[in-house]
Write a protein of this length. Structure first.
Length: 61
């Protein structure tokens, strides 16, 4: 449950950053020697809910 909320918050923050960069690029498009910004995002691997101290990996002692 907490992970789902965290994931949603990350998506909202990434979208906010993307919109900020886009609006900055549009506002300054006709400015002399302006170079556009490009947002770069990192992909987080999915979280395995079955791993952890209470649920050891299969075959672990």
């Amino acid at each position: 449950m907490i992970y789902g909320m965290y994931l949603s918050a990350q998506g909202a923050e990434a979208n906010s950053v993307r919109l900020d960069v886009l609006s900055n690029n549009m506002a300054n498009a006709n400015t002399t020697s302006f170079k556009r910004d490009v947002p770069i995002f990192r992909i987080n691997p999915p979280h395995d809910q079955n791993e952890g101290p209470l649920n050891p990996l299969p075959g672990a002692l």
